[in-house]
Design a protein around this ligand. Sequence first.
Ligand SMILES: [Zn+2]
Length: 629
Amino acid sequence: MARCVARVCAAVGFVVLSLSGGFARGYEHFQVAIYSRAYETREMNDVGWIEPRWAELTRQVHVDKIYLETHRDLILVSNETLNAAKKFFADRGVRTAGGITLTVNEWNRFETFCYTNPEHRQKVKEIVEHTARHFDEIILDDFYFTNCKCELCIRAKGDRSWTEYRLDLLARAARDLILDPAKAINPKVKMVIKYPNWYEHFQGLGFNLEVEPKIFDGLYTGTETRDPSGNQHLQQYLGYLIFRYFENLKPSGNGGGWVDTGGMMYLDRYAEQLWLTLFAKAPEITLFDIRQVQRPLPPSSNVAWRGQQTSFDFDEMMQPVQQADGTTKPTTIARAAGYTFEKVDEFLGKLGKPVGVKSYKPCHSTGEDFLHNYLGMCGIPMDLVPEFPAEEKMIFLTECAKFDADLVDKIKGQLLAGKSVMITSGLLRALQGKGIEDIAELRYTDRKAVVKEFAGWGSRPQAKAEMVIPQIQYLTNDAWEEISAMDETNGWPMLISAGYAKGTLYVLTIPESFTDLYNLPPAILSRIKDTLTRELPVRVDGPGLVSLFLYDNGTFIVESFLDEPVDVSVTVAKQATDLHDLVSDETLSPARNAGGPRMPPFGRRGPSAPRTTFALQIKPHSYRVFECR
Ligand SMILES: [Zn+2]
Protein backbone atom coordinates (compact mmCIF):
# COMPACT_ATOMS: atom_id res chain seq x y z
CA MET A 1 0.00 0.00 0.00
CA ALA A 2 2.88 2.35 0.83
CA ARG A 3 4.31 1.77 -2.62
CA CYS A 4 0.90 2.36 -4.11
CA VAL A 5 0.56 5.75 -2.43
CA ALA A 6 4.11 6.66 -3.42
CA ARG A 7 3.32 5.85 -7.03
CA VAL A 8 0.21 8.02 -7.05
CA CYS A 9 2.21 10.88 -5.57
CA ALA A 10 4.92 10.39 -8.18
CA ALA A 11 2.29 10.45 -10.88
CA VAL A 12 0.69 13.66 -9.67
CA GLY A 13 4.01 15.37 -8.94
CA PHE A 14 4.14 16.94 -12.37
CA VAL A 15 0.44 17.63 -12.73
CA VAL A 16 -0.33 21.32 -12.68
CA LEU A 17 -3.67 22.77 -13.60
CA SER A 18 -3.80 25.06 -16.61
CA LEU A 19 -6.06 28.10 -16.84
CA SER A 20 -8.55 26.15 -18.89
CA GLY A 21 -8.57 23.18 -16.55
CA GLY A 22 -7.13 19.69 -16.97
CA PHE A 23 -3.55 18.51 -17.13
CA ALA A 24 -1.34 21.41 -18.08
CA ARG A 25 1.79 19.46 -18.84
CA GLY A 26 1.92 16.56 -21.12
CA TYR A 27 3.93 13.39 -21.14
CA GLU A 28 7.62 13.66 -21.75
CA HIS A 29 8.12 10.86 -24.23
CA PHE A 30 5.02 10.89 -26.46
CA GLN A 31 2.12 13.06 -27.49
CA VAL A 32 -1.53 12.23 -26.95
CA ALA A 33 -4.17 12.99 -29.53
CA ILE A 34 -7.89 12.41 -29.47
CA TYR A 35 -10.08 11.81 -32.48
CA SER A 36 -13.45 13.42 -33.01
CA ARG A 37 -15.74 11.80 -35.58
CA ALA A 38 -17.85 13.99 -37.87
CA TYR A 39 -20.82 13.05 -35.67
CA GLU A 40 -19.21 14.85 -32.72
CA THR A 41 -17.30 17.54 -34.65
CA ARG A 42 -20.60 18.82 -36.07
CA GLU A 43 -21.78 19.58 -32.50
CA MET A 44 -18.81 21.83 -31.84
CA ASN A 45 -20.35 25.07 -33.06
CA ASP A 46 -22.09 24.96 -29.69
CA VAL A 47 -19.59 25.84 -26.94
CA GLY A 48 -22.14 24.65 -24.39
CA TRP A 49 -21.81 21.17 -25.89
CA ILE A 50 -18.04 20.91 -26.09
CA GLU A 51 -16.94 22.92 -23.04
CA PRO A 52 -18.09 20.59 -20.23
CA ARG A 53 -17.08 17.49 -22.18
CA TRP A 54 -13.60 18.83 -22.84
CA ALA A 55 -13.16 19.92 -19.24
CA GLU A 56 -14.13 16.49 -17.94
CA LEU A 57 -11.97 14.68 -20.48
CA THR A 58 -8.84 16.70 -19.79
CA ARG A 59 -9.19 16.22 -16.05
CA GLN A 60 -8.62 12.51 -16.75
CA VAL A 61 -5.83 12.60 -19.34
CA HIS A 62 -3.57 15.17 -20.91
CA VAL A 63 -4.37 15.85 -24.59
CA ASP A 64 -1.94 17.63 -26.94
CA LYS A 65 -3.92 17.47 -30.15
CA ILE A 66 -7.33 16.76 -31.60
CA TYR A 67 -8.18 15.33 -34.99
CA LEU A 68 -11.37 17.04 -36.13
CA GLU A 69 -13.07 14.82 -38.64
CA THR A 70 -14.81 16.65 -41.44
CA HIS A 71 -16.54 13.72 -43.13
CA ARG A 72 -17.97 10.30 -42.36
CA ASP A 73 -21.02 8.53 -43.74
CA LEU A 74 -21.82 11.50 -46.03
CA ILE A 75 -21.93 13.88 -43.08
CA LEU A 76 -19.83 16.90 -44.04
CA VAL A 77 -19.05 19.36 -41.25
CA SER A 78 -19.61 22.99 -42.27
CA ASN A 79 -16.97 25.72 -42.54
CA GLU A 80 -18.63 27.65 -39.73
CA THR A 81 -18.51 24.72 -37.32
CA LEU A 82 -14.93 23.85 -38.22
CA ASN A 83 -13.88 27.46 -37.60
CA ALA A 84 -15.61 27.48 -34.21
CA ALA A 85 -14.01 24.17 -33.23
CA LYS A 86 -10.54 25.24 -34.32
CA LYS A 87 -10.87 28.44 -32.27
CA PHE A 88 -12.08 26.55 -29.20
CA PHE A 89 -9.00 24.32 -29.20
CA ALA A 90 -6.53 27.04 -30.21
CA ASP A 91 -7.72 29.07 -27.20
CA ARG A 92 -6.79 26.11 -25.00
CA GLY A 93 -3.38 25.47 -26.54
CA VAL A 94 -4.49 22.24 -28.20
CA ARG A 95 -3.25 21.56 -31.74
CA THR A 96 -5.77 20.62 -34.40
CA ALA A 97 -5.56 18.45 -37.50
CA GLY A 98 -8.21 17.28 -39.93
CA GLY A 99 -9.62 13.78 -40.24
CA ILE A 100 -11.51 12.18 -43.10
CA THR A 101 -13.35 8.89 -43.09
CA LEU A 102 -14.18 7.80 -46.60
CA THR A 103 -17.30 5.81 -45.85
CA VAL A 104 -20.69 6.10 -47.48
CA ASN A 105 -22.29 4.23 -44.60
CA GLU A 106 -20.10 2.71 -41.91
CA TRP A 107 -23.07 0.82 -40.48
CA ASN A 108 -23.71 -1.02 -43.73
CA ARG A 109 -20.73 -3.38 -43.40
CA PHE A 110 -18.30 -0.50 -43.76
CA GLU A 111 -19.68 0.63 -47.12
CA THR A 112 -16.92 2.57 -48.83
CA PHE A 113 -16.91 4.82 -51.85
CA CYS A 114 -16.78 3.32 -55.33
CA TYR A 115 -13.64 4.62 -57.01
CA THR A 116 -14.92 3.46 -60.40
CA ASN A 117 -18.03 5.64 -60.18
CA PRO A 118 -17.42 9.23 -61.46
CA GLU A 119 -19.94 10.73 -59.02
CA HIS A 120 -18.30 9.06 -56.04
CA ARG A 121 -14.86 10.16 -57.26
CA GLN A 122 -16.03 13.75 -57.48
CA LYS A 123 -17.45 13.53 -53.96
CA VAL A 124 -14.16 12.22 -52.53
CA LYS A 125 -12.26 15.06 -54.19
CA GLU A 126 -14.65 17.66 -52.76
CA ILE A 127 -14.34 16.24 -49.24
CA VAL A 128 -10.55 16.41 -49.47
CA GLU A 129 -10.57 19.97 -50.82
CA HIS A 130 -12.99 21.11 -48.12
CA THR A 131 -10.73 19.66 -45.42
CA ALA A 132 -7.50 21.04 -46.93
CA ARG A 133 -8.93 24.56 -46.68
CA HIS A 134 -9.00 24.18 -42.89
CA PHE A 135 -5.96 22.13 -41.89
CA ASP A 136 -2.23 21.77 -42.50
CA GLU A 137 -2.38 18.12 -41.51
CA ILE A 138 -5.04 15.63 -42.54
CA ILE A 139 -5.34 11.99 -41.58
CA LEU A 140 -7.43 9.43 -43.45
CA ASP A 141 -9.07 7.09 -40.97
CA ASP A 142 -8.99 3.32 -41.74
CA PHE A 143 -11.30 3.46 -44.74
CA TYR A 144 -9.21 4.40 -47.74
CA PHE A 145 -10.00 1.00 -49.21
CA THR A 146 -12.86 -0.24 -51.29
CA ASN A 147 -15.13 -3.21 -50.97
CA CYS A 148 -17.35 -2.14 -53.86
CA LYS A 149 -18.42 -4.86 -56.28
CA CYS A 150 -20.99 -2.88 -58.20
CA GLU A 151 -21.55 -3.57 -61.90
CA LEU A 152 -19.28 -0.67 -62.85
CA CYS A 153 -16.45 -2.21 -60.82
CA ILE A 154 -17.12 -5.71 -62.18
CA ARG A 155 -16.89 -4.40 -65.76
CA ALA A 156 -13.83 -2.25 -65.10
CA LYS A 157 -11.99 -5.08 -63.36
CA GLY A 158 -12.14 -7.27 -66.47
CA ASP A 159 -9.87 -10.30 -66.23
CA ARG A 160 -7.79 -8.99 -63.36
CA SER A 161 -8.21 -10.26 -59.82
CA TRP A 162 -9.98 -8.00 -57.34
CA THR A 163 -6.64 -7.53 -55.63
CA GLU A 164 -4.92 -6.38 -58.83
CA TYR A 165 -7.79 -4.12 -59.82
CA ARG A 166 -8.19 -2.46 -56.45
CA LEU A 167 -4.44 -2.00 -55.83
CA ASP A 168 -4.12 -0.14 -59.11
CA LEU A 169 -7.40 1.78 -58.74
CA LEU A 170 -6.63 3.10 -55.27
CA ALA A 171 -2.99 3.95 -55.95
CA ARG A 172 -4.15 6.16 -58.82
CA ALA A 173 -7.07 7.60 -56.88
CA ALA A 174 -4.69 8.49 -54.01
CA ARG A 175 -2.87 10.84 -56.38
CA ASP A 176 -5.80 12.07 -58.46
CA LEU A 177 -8.51 12.48 -55.81
CA ILE A 178 -6.60 12.96 -52.55
CA LEU A 179 -2.99 14.14 -52.72
CA ASP A 180 -3.04 16.41 -55.78
CA PRO A 181 -6.35 18.16 -54.91
CA ALA A 182 -5.29 18.66 -51.26
CA LYS A 183 -1.91 20.15 -52.22
CA ALA A 184 -3.54 22.34 -54.88
CA ILE A 185 -5.69 23.94 -52.17
CA ASN A 186 -3.03 23.97 -49.43
CA PRO A 187 0.53 23.35 -50.68
CA LYS A 188 1.88 22.83 -47.16
CA VAL A 189 -0.70 20.26 -46.08
CA LYS A 190 0.72 17.05 -44.64
CA MET A 191 -1.32 14.08 -45.83
CA VAL A 192 -1.29 11.03 -43.58
CA ILE A 193 -2.81 7.65 -44.31
CA LYS A 194 -3.85 5.64 -41.29
CA TYR A 195 -3.99 1.90 -41.73
CA PRO A 196 -6.15 -0.45 -39.70
CA ASN A 197 -4.93 -3.57 -37.92
CA TRP A 198 -5.75 -6.21 -40.59
CA TYR A 199 -2.51 -5.74 -42.58
CA GLU A 200 -2.46 -9.32 -43.84
CA HIS A 201 -5.50 -8.71 -46.03
CA PHE A 202 -4.96 -5.13 -47.19
CA GLN A 203 -4.13 -5.83 -50.83
CA GLY A 204 -7.49 -7.49 -51.47
CA LEU A 205 -9.27 -4.24 -50.61
CA GLY A 206 -6.80 -1.92 -52.34
CA PHE A 207 -4.63 -0.66 -49.48
CA ASN A 208 -1.34 -0.40 -51.36
CA LEU A 209 1.68 -0.76 -49.06
CA GLU A 210 4.04 -0.67 -52.02
CA VAL A 211 2.96 2.73 -53.38
CA GLU A 212 1.15 4.65 -50.62
CA PRO A 213 3.95 4.89 -48.02
CA LYS A 214 6.06 6.56 -50.72
CA ILE A 215 3.48 9.10 -51.91
CA PHE A 216 1.80 10.06 -48.63
CA ASP A 217 3.65 12.39 -46.28
CA GLY A 218 3.09 10.11 -43.32
CA LEU A 219 1.60 6.84 -42.10
CA TYR A 220 -0.34 6.06 -38.95
CA THR A 221 -1.06 2.71 -37.36
CA GLY A 222 -4.13 1.03 -35.97
CA THR A 223 -2.64 -0.77 -32.96
CA GLU A 224 -5.90 -1.91 -31.44
CA THR A 225 -6.31 -5.68 -31.11
CA ARG A 226 -9.38 -5.80 -28.86
CA ASP A 227 -10.47 -9.35 -27.99
CA PRO A 228 -7.81 -11.77 -29.34
CA SER A 229 -10.40 -14.54 -29.63
CA GLY A 230 -12.67 -12.28 -31.69
CA ASN A 231 -13.37 -12.55 -35.41
CA GLN A 232 -10.29 -10.54 -36.39
CA HIS A 233 -7.96 -13.19 -34.89
CA LEU A 234 -5.54 -10.52 -33.69
CA GLN A 235 -3.17 -11.46 -30.91
CA GLN A 236 -2.16 -8.83 -28.35
CA TYR A 237 1.41 -8.72 -29.67
CA LEU A 238 0.12 -7.27 -32.95
CA GLY A 239 -0.34 -3.89 -31.27
CA TYR A 240 3.44 -3.70 -31.02
CA LEU A 241 4.47 -5.53 -34.19
CA ILE A 242 2.24 -3.64 -36.60
CA PHE A 243 3.65 -0.30 -35.50
CA ARG A 244 7.20 -1.57 -36.11
CA TYR A 245 6.20 -3.04 -39.49
CA PHE A 246 4.76 0.26 -40.72
CA GLU A 247 7.78 2.12 -39.37
CA ASN A 248 9.89 -0.22 -41.50
CA LEU A 249 7.69 0.62 -44.51
CA LYS A 250 8.43 4.34 -44.07
CA PRO A 251 11.33 4.89 -41.66
CA SER A 252 10.64 7.88 -39.39
CA GLY A 253 7.34 8.29 -41.23
CA ASN A 254 5.01 6.41 -38.90
CA GLY A 255 3.35 9.17 -36.91
CA GLY A 256 1.66 7.16 -34.20
CA GLY A 257 -0.55 4.37 -32.97
CA TRP A 258 -4.29 4.43 -32.54
CA VAL A 259 -6.45 2.53 -30.07
CA ASP A 260 -10.21 2.42 -29.60
CA THR A 261 -12.19 1.04 -26.68
CA GLY A 262 -13.88 -1.76 -28.63
CA GLY A 263 -13.87 -5.43 -27.70
CA MET A 264 -12.38 -5.07 -24.24
CA MET A 265 -13.64 -7.75 -21.93
CA TYR A 266 -11.99 -5.97 -18.98
CA LEU A 267 -10.26 -2.64 -18.53
CA ASP A 268 -6.75 -4.14 -18.39
CA ARG A 269 -7.13 -5.09 -22.05
CA TYR A 270 -7.56 -1.43 -22.99
CA ALA A 271 -4.48 -0.42 -21.01
CA GLU A 272 -2.46 -3.26 -22.55
CA GLN A 273 -3.19 -1.97 -26.05
CA LEU A 274 -2.06 1.51 -25.07
CA TRP A 275 1.21 0.46 -23.50
CA LEU A 276 2.05 -2.02 -26.31
CA THR A 277 1.71 0.89 -28.75
CA LEU A 278 4.16 2.88 -26.65
CA PHE A 279 6.56 -0.09 -26.23
CA ALA A 280 6.87 0.11 -30.04
CA LYS A 281 8.07 3.71 -29.56
CA ALA A 282 5.12 5.42 -31.23
CA PRO A 283 5.73 9.18 -31.00
CA GLU A 284 2.01 9.89 -30.71
CA ILE A 285 -0.97 7.87 -29.56
CA THR A 286 -4.49 8.63 -30.66
CA LEU A 287 -7.47 7.76 -28.52
CA PHE A 288 -10.45 6.88 -30.65
CA ASP A 289 -12.61 8.68 -29.94
CA ILE A 290 -13.89 11.66 -27.99
CA ARG A 291 -17.22 9.89 -27.45
CA GLN A 292 -15.90 6.41 -26.57
CA VAL A 293 -13.40 7.58 -23.96
CA GLN A 294 -16.10 9.53 -22.11
CA ARG A 295 -17.97 6.37 -21.22
CA PRO A 296 -18.12 5.95 -17.44
CA LEU A 297 -15.61 3.74 -15.72
CA PRO A 298 -17.06 0.52 -14.33
CA PRO A 299 -17.62 0.78 -10.56
CA SER A 300 -15.18 -2.05 -9.91
CA SER A 301 -13.00 -4.55 -11.64
CA ASN A 302 -14.00 -8.20 -11.65
CA VAL A 303 -10.75 -9.68 -12.90
CA ALA A 304 -9.29 -12.56 -10.92
CA TRP A 305 -5.95 -10.77 -10.49
CA ARG A 306 -7.41 -7.65 -8.89
CA GLY A 307 -5.53 -6.55 -5.79
CA GLN A 308 -2.19 -8.04 -6.89
CA GLN A 309 -0.65 -4.66 -7.81
CA THR A 310 -0.51 -5.60 -11.47
CA SER A 311 0.66 -3.15 -14.13
CA PHE A 312 -2.89 -1.91 -14.58
CA ASP A 313 -3.98 -1.65 -10.97
CA PHE A 314 -7.68 -0.80 -11.01
CA ASP A 315 -7.74 0.39 -7.39
CA GLU A 316 -4.72 2.60 -7.85
CA MET A 317 -6.22 4.01 -11.05
CA MET A 318 -9.40 4.89 -9.13
CA GLN A 319 -7.50 7.06 -6.66
CA PRO A 320 -8.36 10.77 -6.83
CA VAL A 321 -5.86 12.72 -8.91
CA GLN A 322 -4.28 15.71 -7.25
CA GLN A 323 -4.51 18.90 -9.25
CA ALA A 324 -3.72 22.55 -8.52
CA ASP A 325 -7.30 23.31 -7.48
CA GLY A 326 -7.78 20.17 -5.42
CA THR A 327 -8.43 16.65 -6.52
CA THR A 328 -10.43 15.23 -9.35
CA LYS A 329 -12.27 11.93 -9.34
CA PRO A 330 -11.63 9.32 -12.05
CA THR A 331 -14.89 9.24 -13.96
CA THR A 332 -14.42 7.96 -17.48
CA ILE A 333 -12.43 5.50 -19.59
CA ALA A 334 -10.11 8.43 -20.36
CA ARG A 335 -8.71 8.08 -16.86
CA ALA A 336 -7.63 4.50 -17.61
CA ALA A 337 -5.62 5.98 -20.49
CA GLY A 338 -4.25 8.82 -18.36
CA TYR A 339 -3.17 6.44 -15.60
CA THR A 340 -1.48 4.12 -18.11
CA PHE A 341 0.34 6.99 -19.82
CA GLU A 342 1.68 8.37 -16.53
CA LYS A 343 3.18 5.01 -15.62
CA VAL A 344 4.74 4.29 -19.02
CA ASP A 345 6.12 7.81 -19.36
CA GLU A 346 8.33 7.20 -16.34
CA PHE A 347 10.54 4.63 -18.13
CA LEU A 348 9.87 5.04 -21.85
CA GLY A 349 12.73 7.50 -22.31
CA LYS A 350 15.22 4.92 -21.10
CA LEU A 351 14.37 2.40 -23.83
CA GLY A 352 16.42 2.32 -27.02
CA LYS A 353 15.31 1.34 -30.50
CA PRO A 354 13.20 -1.82 -30.70
CA VAL A 355 14.94 -4.86 -32.21
CA GLY A 356 13.90 -8.42 -33.02
CA VAL A 357 14.29 -11.37 -35.36
CA LYS A 358 13.79 -10.00 -38.84
CA SER A 359 11.07 -11.60 -40.89
CA TYR A 360 10.43 -10.69 -44.50
CA LYS A 361 6.91 -9.87 -45.61
CA PRO A 362 6.80 -8.81 -49.27
CA CYS A 363 4.22 -6.14 -50.12
CA HIS A 364 0.77 -7.53 -50.99
CA SER A 365 1.63 -10.93 -49.50
CA THR A 366 -0.51 -13.21 -47.40
CA GLY A 367 -0.14 -16.74 -45.98
CA GLU A 368 -0.14 -18.21 -42.47
CA ASP A 369 -2.07 -15.05 -41.62
CA PHE A 370 -0.72 -13.02 -38.69
CA LEU A 371 1.53 -15.92 -37.61
CA HIS A 372 4.40 -13.65 -36.54
CA ASN A 373 2.24 -12.35 -33.72
CA TYR A 374 1.73 -15.82 -32.28
CA LEU A 375 5.51 -16.24 -32.09
CA GLY A 376 5.73 -12.82 -30.48
CA MET A 377 3.28 -14.09 -27.86
CA CYS A 378 5.74 -16.94 -27.15
CA GLY A 379 8.61 -14.63 -26.24
CA ILE A 380 10.29 -14.33 -29.65
CA PRO A 381 10.81 -10.63 -30.47
CA MET A 382 9.74 -10.16 -34.09
CA ASP A 383 10.50 -7.43 -36.59
CA LEU A 384 8.55 -7.48 -39.87
CA VAL A 385 10.35 -5.94 -42.83
CA PRO A 386 9.21 -5.30 -46.42
CA GLU A 387 12.62 -6.03 -47.99
CA PHE A 388 14.64 -9.25 -47.75
CA PRO A 389 17.04 -8.60 -44.84
CA ALA A 390 20.14 -10.13 -46.40
CA GLU A 391 22.45 -8.58 -43.79
CA GLU A 392 20.95 -10.74 -40.99
CA LYS A 393 22.66 -13.89 -39.74
CA MET A 394 19.27 -15.46 -38.97
CA ILE A 395 16.10 -14.73 -40.93
CA PHE A 396 12.64 -16.10 -40.18
CA LEU A 397 10.25 -16.68 -43.09
CA THR A 398 6.59 -17.64 -43.01
CA GLU A 399 4.33 -18.62 -45.87
CA CYS A 400 3.73 -15.00 -46.94
CA ALA A 401 7.34 -14.78 -48.16
CA LYS A 402 6.35 -17.02 -51.10
CA PHE A 403 5.08 -13.87 -52.83
CA ASP A 404 8.70 -13.09 -53.72
CA ALA A 405 9.37 -15.08 -56.91
CA ASP A 406 13.12 -15.05 -56.21
CA LEU A 407 12.78 -16.26 -52.63
CA VAL A 408 14.60 -19.59 -53.03
CA ASP A 409 17.59 -17.86 -54.64
CA LYS A 410 17.66 -15.36 -51.79
CA ILE A 411 17.58 -18.17 -49.21
CA LYS A 412 20.43 -19.91 -51.04
CA GLY A 413 22.40 -16.67 -51.02
CA GLN A 414 22.14 -16.50 -47.24
CA LEU A 415 23.19 -20.13 -46.81
CA LEU A 416 26.12 -19.79 -49.20
CA ALA A 417 27.25 -16.84 -47.09
CA GLY A 418 27.29 -19.14 -44.04
CA LYS A 419 24.11 -17.71 -42.53
CA SER A 420 20.90 -19.35 -41.31
CA VAL A 421 17.31 -19.18 -42.45
CA MET A 422 14.34 -20.64 -40.57
CA ILE A 423 11.22 -21.27 -42.63
CA THR A 424 7.85 -22.50 -41.44
CA SER A 425 6.19 -25.72 -42.52
CA GLY A 426 3.65 -23.57 -44.39
CA LEU A 427 6.38 -21.95 -46.45
CA LEU A 428 8.00 -25.34 -47.10
CA ARG A 429 4.68 -26.52 -48.53
CA ALA A 430 4.43 -23.40 -50.72
CA LEU A 431 7.99 -23.76 -52.05
CA GLN A 432 7.78 -27.46 -52.88
CA GLY A 433 8.47 -27.93 -56.56
CA LYS A 434 9.74 -24.36 -56.72
CA GLY A 435 13.39 -25.05 -55.98
CA ILE A 436 13.50 -25.58 -52.20
CA GLU A 437 14.37 -29.25 -52.82
CA ASP A 438 17.62 -28.05 -54.35
CA ILE A 439 18.61 -27.10 -50.78
CA ALA A 440 17.16 -30.14 -49.02
CA GLU A 441 14.69 -32.80 -50.09
CA LEU A 442 12.12 -32.23 -47.39
CA ARG A 443 8.52 -33.14 -48.00
CA TYR A 444 5.43 -31.58 -46.45
CA THR A 445 2.98 -34.46 -46.54
CA ASP A 446 -0.80 -34.37 -46.31
CA ARG A 447 -0.58 -36.60 -43.22
CA LYS A 448 -1.04 -35.25 -39.71
CA ALA A 449 0.10 -36.37 -36.29
CA VAL A 450 -1.66 -35.76 -32.99
CA VAL A 451 1.01 -34.97 -30.44
CA LYS A 452 1.36 -33.89 -26.86
CA GLU A 453 4.69 -35.27 -25.67
CA PHE A 454 8.12 -34.22 -26.90
CA ALA A 455 11.44 -35.98 -26.90
CA GLY A 456 13.87 -34.58 -24.36
CA TRP A 457 17.07 -35.59 -22.68
CA GLY A 458 15.97 -37.73 -19.77
CA SER A 459 12.50 -36.26 -19.70
CA ARG A 460 9.43 -36.05 -21.90
CA PRO A 461 8.15 -32.47 -21.83
CA GLN A 462 4.36 -32.35 -22.11
CA ALA A 463 2.32 -29.77 -23.97
CA LYS A 464 -0.69 -28.28 -22.19
CA ALA A 465 -2.97 -29.95 -24.72
CA GLU A 466 -2.83 -32.35 -27.65
CA MET A 467 -2.18 -30.66 -30.95
CA VAL A 468 -2.32 -31.60 -34.61
CA ILE A 469 0.84 -31.05 -36.63
CA PRO A 470 1.69 -31.80 -40.25
CA GLN A 471 4.07 -34.69 -40.84
CA ILE A 472 7.24 -33.55 -42.54
CA GLN A 473 9.55 -36.12 -44.06
CA TYR A 474 13.24 -35.83 -44.70
CA LEU A 475 16.12 -37.98 -45.84
CA THR A 476 17.95 -39.52 -42.90
CA ASN A 477 21.43 -38.07 -42.46
CA ASP A 478 20.75 -35.37 -45.06
CA ALA A 479 18.64 -33.44 -42.57
CA TRP A 480 18.42 -33.65 -38.78
CA GLU A 481 15.48 -33.71 -36.45
CA GLU A 482 16.38 -31.08 -33.85
CA ILE A 483 13.11 -31.26 -31.92
CA SER A 484 10.80 -34.26 -32.05
CA ALA A 485 7.14 -34.49 -31.13
CA MET A 486 5.94 -37.91 -30.09
CA ASP A 487 2.88 -39.61 -31.54
CA GLU A 488 2.65 -42.85 -29.57
CA THR A 489 5.99 -44.45 -30.43
CA ASN A 490 6.54 -42.37 -33.54
CA GLY A 491 8.43 -39.13 -33.56
CA TRP A 492 7.68 -36.25 -35.91
CA PRO A 493 9.89 -33.26 -36.44
CA MET A 494 9.01 -29.91 -34.87
CA LEU A 495 12.34 -28.47 -35.98
CA ILE A 496 14.53 -29.82 -38.75
CA SER A 497 17.96 -28.60 -39.79
CA ALA A 498 19.69 -29.15 -43.10
CA GLY A 499 23.14 -27.93 -44.04
CA TYR A 500 23.85 -26.20 -47.34
CA ALA A 501 27.38 -24.89 -47.98
CA LYS A 502 28.34 -23.35 -44.63
CA GLY A 503 24.79 -22.25 -43.85
CA THR A 504 21.84 -24.01 -42.24
CA LEU A 505 18.22 -24.14 -43.29
CA TYR A 506 15.77 -24.83 -40.47
CA VAL A 507 12.13 -25.83 -40.88
CA LEU A 508 9.82 -25.07 -37.95
CA THR A 509 6.63 -27.11 -37.85
CA ILE A 510 3.63 -24.92 -37.16
CA PRO A 511 0.66 -26.65 -35.48
CA GLU A 512 -2.54 -26.72 -37.53
CA SER A 513 -4.02 -24.30 -35.00
CA PHE A 514 -1.58 -21.45 -34.34
CA THR A 515 -2.72 -20.99 -30.74
CA ASP A 516 -1.27 -24.43 -29.99
CA LEU A 517 2.12 -22.72 -30.05
CA TYR A 518 1.10 -21.32 -26.67
CA ASN A 519 0.62 -24.87 -25.40
CA LEU A 520 4.14 -26.03 -26.26
CA PRO A 521 6.19 -27.02 -23.20
CA PRO A 522 8.54 -24.24 -22.05
CA ALA A 523 11.53 -26.52 -22.71
CA ILE A 524 10.50 -26.87 -26.35
CA LEU A 525 9.90 -23.13 -26.75
CA SER A 526 13.39 -22.65 -25.33
CA ARG A 527 14.86 -25.00 -27.92
CA ILE A 528 13.19 -23.00 -30.69
CA LYS A 529 14.45 -19.73 -29.20
CA ASP A 530 17.92 -21.19 -28.82
CA THR A 531 18.08 -21.43 -32.60
CA LEU A 532 15.88 -18.57 -33.78
CA THR A 533 16.93 -15.84 -31.34
CA ARG A 534 20.57 -16.78 -30.88
CA GLU A 535 21.76 -13.49 -32.40
CA LEU A 536 19.70 -11.46 -29.93
CA PRO A 537 21.24 -10.21 -26.67
CA VAL A 538 18.42 -11.35 -24.36
CA ARG A 539 16.26 -14.44 -24.17
CA VAL A 540 13.25 -15.15 -21.99
CA ASP A 541 12.45 -18.75 -21.07
CA GLY A 542 9.00 -19.63 -19.87
CA PRO A 543 5.59 -20.72 -21.09
CA GLY A 544 3.67 -19.22 -24.01
CA LEU A 545 1.84 -15.91 -23.55
CA VAL A 546 4.96 -14.27 -22.13
CA SER A 547 6.47 -11.73 -24.53
CA LEU A 548 9.85 -10.08 -24.74
CA PHE A 549 10.34 -6.55 -26.06
CA LEU A 550 13.95 -5.86 -26.80
CA TYR A 551 15.80 -2.58 -27.37
CA ASP A 552 19.25 -1.83 -28.72
CA ASN A 553 20.64 -0.24 -25.54
CA GLY A 554 20.56 -3.10 -23.04
CA THR A 555 16.97 -2.50 -21.94
CA PHE A 556 14.07 -4.89 -22.37
CA ILE A 557 10.53 -5.56 -21.20
CA VAL A 558 9.04 -8.92 -20.22
CA GLU A 559 5.25 -8.95 -20.33
CA SER A 560 2.87 -11.71 -19.31
CA PHE A 561 -0.59 -12.06 -20.80
CA LEU A 562 -1.40 -14.90 -18.43
CA ASP A 563 -4.09 -14.73 -15.75
CA GLU A 564 -1.74 -16.07 -13.06
CA PRO A 565 1.74 -15.06 -11.87
CA VAL A 566 4.47 -16.75 -13.88
CA ASP A 567 8.10 -17.62 -13.14
CA VAL A 568 10.45 -17.08 -16.04
CA SER A 569 14.16 -16.86 -16.54
CA VAL A 570 15.97 -14.24 -18.54
CA THR A 571 19.35 -14.93 -20.08
CA VAL A 572 21.57 -12.14 -21.32
CA ALA A 573 24.39 -12.79 -23.74
CA LYS A 574 27.16 -11.35 -21.62
CA GLN A 575 28.69 -11.50 -18.19
CA ALA A 576 26.24 -9.26 -16.35
CA THR A 577 26.34 -8.13 -12.74
CA ASP A 578 22.67 -7.40 -12.23
CA LEU A 579 19.33 -6.47 -13.72
CA HIS A 580 17.82 -3.17 -12.68
CA ASP A 581 14.00 -3.01 -12.64
CA LEU A 582 13.26 0.44 -14.06
CA VAL A 583 9.75 0.54 -12.57
CA SER A 584 10.26 -0.75 -9.02
CA ASP A 585 13.97 0.21 -8.79
CA GLU A 586 14.66 -3.31 -7.55
CA THR A 587 18.00 -4.96 -8.36
CA LEU A 588 18.12 -8.63 -9.35
CA SER A 589 21.25 -10.73 -8.91
CA PRO A 590 22.16 -13.55 -11.27
CA ALA A 591 20.66 -16.95 -10.61
CA ARG A 592 22.79 -19.57 -8.87
CA ASN A 593 24.13 -21.19 -12.04
CA ALA A 594 24.98 -17.90 -13.70
CA GLY A 595 28.16 -17.31 -15.59
CA GLY A 596 28.38 -20.54 -17.57
CA PRO A 597 26.52 -21.55 -20.68
CA ARG A 598 22.86 -21.85 -19.73
CA MET A 599 21.56 -22.97 -23.11
CA PRO A 600 20.29 -26.54 -23.55
CA PRO A 601 23.22 -28.83 -24.30
CA PHE A 602 21.90 -29.94 -27.69
CA GLY A 603 21.28 -28.42 -31.09
CA ARG A 604 24.00 -25.86 -31.35
CA ARG A 605 27.51 -26.72 -32.21
CA GLY A 606 30.56 -24.82 -31.10
CA PRO A 607 31.30 -23.02 -27.85
CA SER A 608 28.65 -20.83 -26.24
CA ALA A 609 29.27 -17.18 -25.56
CA PRO A 610 29.23 -16.13 -21.89
CA ARG A 611 25.70 -15.73 -20.61
CA THR A 612 24.07 -14.71 -17.37
CA THR A 613 20.70 -15.93 -16.18
CA PHE A 614 18.23 -14.26 -13.87
CA ALA A 615 15.09 -15.74 -12.35
CA LEU A 616 12.06 -13.51 -12.00
CA GLN A 617 8.31 -13.51 -11.59
CA ILE A 618 5.78 -11.56 -13.64
CA LYS A 619 2.36 -10.74 -12.26
CA PRO A 620 -0.77 -11.45 -14.30
CA HIS A 621 -1.25 -9.10 -17.28
CA SER A 622 1.82 -7.17 -16.23
CA TYR A 623 5.16 -6.06 -17.54
CA ARG A 624 8.56 -5.56 -15.98
CA VAL A 625 11.13 -3.25 -17.49
CA PHE A 626 14.84 -3.93 -17.08
CA GLU A 627 18.20 -2.54 -17.77
CA CYS A 628 21.06 -5.02 -17.85
CA ARG A 629 24.24 -3.88 -16.16
ZN1 LIG B 1 -18.11 0.10 -57.66
